[in-house]
Design a protein around this ligand. Sequence first.
Ligand code: ZN
Length: 290
Amino acid sequence: MRTRYAPSPTGHLHLGHVVNAIYVWGLARAAGGRVLLRMEDHDRVRCRREFESSILEDLDWLGFVPDDGLHPILRQSERDDVYRNALEQLRRTHHVYACACSRKQISGERYEGICRERGLADAPGRGLRVRIDEGVETFDDLLLGAIEQDPAHQCGDLLLRDRNGNWTYQFAVTVDDMLQGITDIIRGEDLASSTGRQLRLRQMLGGTGRPRFAHHRLILKPGGAKLSKAAADTGVRELRQSGMTPEDIIGTAAVAVGLTDEFMPVPAHRVPAFFRDSPPAARIHRASSQ
Ligand SMILES: [Zn+2]
């Protein structure tokens, strides 16, 4: 088993990241697997190196240590050649085309294929998409159970590179998970809807084998809104400054997603116990977004 912890350095670490770390390290360690670290800094506008340093420092302080070290750190921003190669491979067998639509022109999540047959040249200021055919993707999520998704209806033709020249999350993460040999993808349930399209893209890229998925609960603010990275009351930096220990912070994250019934301090090396003592299946819950 090989899984990955893959933060985007668009802000400091917060309790939502800590929840993800509990699941990633916990499930990996309980199964004797390895955790690789990947910086998902494909968005060159929003990502900053100072956030990367801060995330790494907080993770280390909390006690979550990746298995393949940090030298070098795998950064999406430094893998342009890798994504370019994958794009060329995709072009050989699938319809990849330039798209001139702005975000405003695309209402909702689904792209209607406006530029599919326009034959536009690949030029600065244009995105690149790949045609997605109809068909259902199914996967058996460790935490959410069986899920069916039809990417052509959900999102339409997938954006691979945006108008600013950034590789998209969907493309970069699919390529990286394949090339890094990731067997288990463990992430928040807000990304469950991306899974069918990533499985499809993987097949289109000639990927063999299928990763397993676990989409875990997110910490919600009172009222049900997803936690924002800006929220000062949940930032690991702020919590550290207030005197909380690593065990306090991990324990706070654990109770916030129901891994414990009441708060108790939890050191990082104890997180596998959440998944050893009671199998994840016992914690199955249905995401409202499904
Ligand atoms: Zn378009």
